[in-house]
Each structure stands twice: as structure tokens, then as C-alpha cells.
Write a protein that binds this ligand. Structure first.
Ligand SMILES: [Zn+2]
Length: 488
């Protein structure tokens, strides 16, 4: 009788512990799944039960020893909770991209992620954890250890059986996706830059290229691309060539920039890549990077192939509430523009990166009501779109300012604008970026040419204009720039 009673308590402990894990960790992967009717719900319930059963197997072994449970289990529980919070609140999925963001993010960004709801969530997790540690102390957990161990191993085996049947069924869910995200991050081929200057024809004529590298701007929210709102009143007055159908699978900065700024082609991995700045330097261009974003490990080494780097607000990232507006780069452009016969100047914008209200001055708040909180679940889609569209109005102004300066430049001048990726604004309940949603893979891309550029580089001007409506990938950026720099 006594044995049965103890076994009952042990079983109860494991059942309650696993329910807590569902609430704090695994449930987050299902929370946002859109379900219609009872059948859908039942399917996902079965799915969740299978997932949790496999977890229960691992958890059993962690409870076998006092300190293993106190330290090992506790650490893992809180570690996964720190991810599940964002899965619950923002439907964020853990991928190598997110792991990269976590590992390569500067401390100032990390500090900004720590909000009150986040702290509260972790506090509750800690309270629940304390309860289980106390309960665990009173348990005779060596009871039936052989039988239970075999049972636990079968549970763990269920993970591999399920994965073999349908790949990524469980791997893509919390907590497994954290492990696989880390594995993916480390298994990714290391980025090698080819530093030797390629042999190219030196540009004999004068030429200035201003390359505006945008951030988080989807093509379909530009008035110039037919968006219902007049978000680009200035650009509509200019002779702009827009590419509305550009595609990129790289929907976050750390993946997109290395591809945009080198000869890396989408879907093709090479041992070494050549930076566009290396090509420009070889062709006799003065290269200058003016940036309003902090440099990340992912694209920093490419930026460093510029002759000059000017970071305007380098100690504040996109998560800072006091981040400088992109307009602060214009005086820097004024200082640099026209100082050499052949110039390649990049302006790396903060653009329309979340949190949108930090990206434009009050005078551009045309669409209201706007977002008032960083906590997305408490916002309406209308507020999110209004704020986002206001950032596009500011982009329109910024590009006009750049074009005005290009017009005054005495050498043939080309302005190229491309955003690194798009953004989800509530489509299928998704917000922000770093997933494969259609609206994230179609960034805005624009060209402006001075009259002297059109006269001197007629063939290039025509080919840029001719291809504008084609469905192209962002590979075209490097192709165009390389062709322009090495033009005979
Ligand atoms: Zn980005």
C-alpha cells in the first residue's frame, strides 16, 4: 500500500510538472495556431500531447537526482521561458536567425528587450519552479527507477519516431527549436570575404553612385507602387524607376545584407564572397559608408571593406527610444558628396524598423491613431499600419533630400534604393519580419538617374528601365552595381 501511495505521488508530481511545462514553454508553439472548429483543435491537442510526452521522457531523467533537478532543470526551464515569452506575445519562432540575433546582438539591444511583462512572466516561472523544487525534496524519486527509466526512454524514442515520420513536426516547436536553432547557427558555413582586389577596368569617366540601403520597407506600401495611400508624394514628382516585384528569401538584416553587399547569389553557397566595395575600390572608386545602424557581426566585415566608415549614432541600436532619425545622415552626405571623381556612397538607414514611432519626426504623423505600446498584442492592426505608413512618408522625404543633393552634384549620378526585406503588418496574425511571409520577401527597390548619367551611360540607363517590371531577385543589385563600376 505504502509503495503504491508513493508511486501515486511520483506520478502526480510528473503530471503536474508536465502541465506546468505546457503552460510555460511548449504551449507557446501552439498558442497562435489559427484553428477552425473542434476537429482542428483536437488534431493540435494530440500534437501537443505527443510533443509533451517526448519532453516528459527527458524531464524524468532530470528529476532522478536532487541537484540535477535543482540546477539543471531549473536552468533549462528558465532558459526556455525566456524564449517562450516572445513566442506567446509576438508569435516569434526560434530559428538560427533568432539565435544569431541573440548571440550577435549588442548589450544595448538586449537590455531593451527586458520589459515589465517579460520580467513578470519570468517571476511567475520562478515561483512555480520553487514550488516544484520543494515538492521534489519530499519525493522518493528512486521508486521504480528501472521501470520508469524504460518508460521515459520510450517517450524519448517517440520524438525520433515522429520526426522520422514527418520531419520538423516536433523540431520546429519549443523547446526543441532552440536546440536546432543553435545547431543550425553553428553549422552554417562561415562567411569568408575575398580581400584581393579583382582585376577590373578602371572607371575613366566621373561617376557617383549613392546607394541607399533601406530597412524593413515592403514594396506594396509605397504610393509610387500603387498603394491606396499617398505615402510617397515627393517621389511621385521625380523620375523614379521602381522595381515592384523584387524577391528576397532573406527576411532579416543579418541574412539580407551579406547577400545584397556581396556576390553571394540566393541559394548558392561559396567558400568566399567578394564585397561590392572591393569591386568598387578596384575600379577606382572612393567608397564611403554612412550608417545609422550599429554594425553587426553578420555584415560588419563587409562594411569594413569601405575606404571610410561614418556611423552617425553608433552606440544606439534600433531598440533604443532615443535613436537618431535617418535625417542625421544628410549633413554627412553633404560633407562627402563631390569630394572625388568616382564615388560610391552608401547610406544605411534605420528605415521602418520596429518600433515605428521612433523612426520619424512628429510632423510626419499623418495617419492616426498610431501605436502607443511596444507590446504588439495590445495594439490594433490599424494602429500598426498607420505608424508604419508614417515611416514611409519620412522615407519619401529622406529620398527626396538625397535626390535633391544628387541633382546638384556635378558628376553623372545614380541613386539606388533597396530595402533589406519587407514586413508583416498583421497578415495571418503575423507582425514584424524574419519569417517567409510574402509581404516580407518583397522589398522596395528604386532608381533615380541624373540627366548626365542618362547621357553618358545610356545603355545602363535603358537596361535599368527595361527590366523594372520583371520578377527578379535581389541578386540584381550586385549585378547592376558591378556592371556600373566596371563599365568601359
Ligand atoms: Zn532588416
Amino acid at each position: 500500500m505504502e509503495l503504491l501511495k508513493r508511486n501515486k505521488e511520483l506520478l502526480l508530481f510528473h503530471i503536474i510538472l508536465n502541465i506546468a511545462i505546457v503552460f510555460f514553454i511548449t504551449g507557446a508553439s501552439y498558442y497562435h495556431t489559427p484553428l477552425e472548429g473542434g476537429k482542428d483543435t483536437l488534431i493540435y491537442l494530440v500534437h501537443l500531447v505527443i510533443l509533451q510526452t517526448t519532453i516528459a521522457g527527458f524531464v524524468y531523467f532530470l528529476t532522478l537526482q536532487k541537484w540535477l533537478f535543482r540546477i539543471g532543470f531549473s536552468a533549462l526551464f528558465l532558459f526556455f521561458c525566456s524564449f517562450s515569452f516572445f513566442a506567446y506575445t509576438q508569435d516569434l519562432s526560434v530559428t538560427s536567425g533568432l539565435i544569431q540575433a541573440v548571440f550577435e546582438t549588442t548589450p544595448d539591444i538586449a537590455i531593451d528587450l527586458i520589459t515589465w511583462p517579460y520580467m513578470l512572466f519570468l517571476f511567475f516561472a520562478l515561483v512555480v519552479l520553487t514550488f516544484f523544487i520543494k515538492w521534489h525534496n519530499k519525493l522518493n524519486n528512486r521508486q521504480g527507477v528501472v521501470i520508469y527509466s524504460l518508460l521515459a526512454l520510450s517517450c524519448i524514442a517517440l520524438f525520433f519516431i515522429t520526426e522520422r515520420k514527418r520531419l520538423n513536426t516536433l523540431k520546429s516547436r519549443l523547446p526543441y527549436n532552440v536546440f536546432y536553432g543553435i545547431e543550425d547557427y553553428y553549422s552554417a558555413p562561415k562567411f569568408q570575404l575575398n580581400k584581393t582586389l579583382p582585376i577590373v577596368t578602371k572607371q575613366k569617366d566621373s561617376l557617383t553612385v549613392i546607394f541607399v540601403l533601406g530597412e524593413t520597407v515592403r514594396a506594396d506600401h509605397l504610393g509610387i507602387n500603387g498603394y491606396e495611400r499617398a505615402t510617397t508624394p515627393f517621389l511621385l514628382k521625380e523620375e523614379i524607376i521602381s522595381y515592384p516585384s523584387i524577391f528576397t528569401p532573406n527576411t532579416y538584416t543579418a541574412a539580407s545584407l551579406p547577400q545584397l553587399l556581396t556576390d553571394k547569389e540566393i541559394g548558392v553557397d561559396k567558400a568566399m564572397y567578394t564585397s561590392i566595395y572591393t569591386v568598387a575600390n578596384a575600379a577606382g572608386f572612393e567608397t564611403t559608408w554612412i550608417g545609422n545602424q550599429t554594425l553587426e557581426k553578420s555584415f560588419g566585415p563587409i562594411v569594413e571593406t569601405n575606404d571610410t566608415i561614418l556611423l552617425v549614432d553608433k552606440y544606439k541600436s534600433e531598440y533604443s527610444f532615443n535613436k537618431a532619425l535617418d535625417g542625421v545622415m544628410l549633413p554627412e552626405l553633404d560633407r562627402v558628396l563631390g569630394t572625388a571623381k568616382n564615388q560610391f556612397i552608401t547610406l544605411h538607414m534605420m528605415g521602418s524598423h520596429w518600433y515605428y514611432e521612433n523612426r520619424y519626426p512628429d510632423t510626419f504623423r499623418k495617419y492616426t491613431p498610431v501605436i502607443t505600446s511596444k507590446y504588439i498584442p495590445s495594439l490594433t492592426t490599424e494602429e500598426v499600419i498607420n505608424s508604419y505608413d508614417n515611416t514611409i512618408l519620412y522615407l519619401d522625404y529622406f529620398l527626396k533630400e538625397v535626390i535633391d543633393r544628387a541633382k546638384k552634384n556635378t558628376t553623372p549620378t545614380l541613386v539606388v534604393y533597396i530595402s533589406d526585406h519587407g514586413e508583416s503588418l498583421g497578415e495571418n496574425g503575423q507582425f514584424l519580419h524574419a519569417s517567409k511571409a510574402k509581404e516580407q520577401t518583397n522589398p522596395a527597390m528604386l532608381f533615380w538617374m541624373s540627366d548626365s548619367f542618362k547621357t553618358r551611360y545610356t545603355a545602363t540607363a535603358i537596361s535599368i528601365d527595361t527590366a523594372k517590371n520583371e520578377a527578379l531577385t535581389t541578386n540584381i543589385v550586385f549585378e547592376y552595381l558591378q556592371a556600373i563600376f566596371t563599365l568601359k
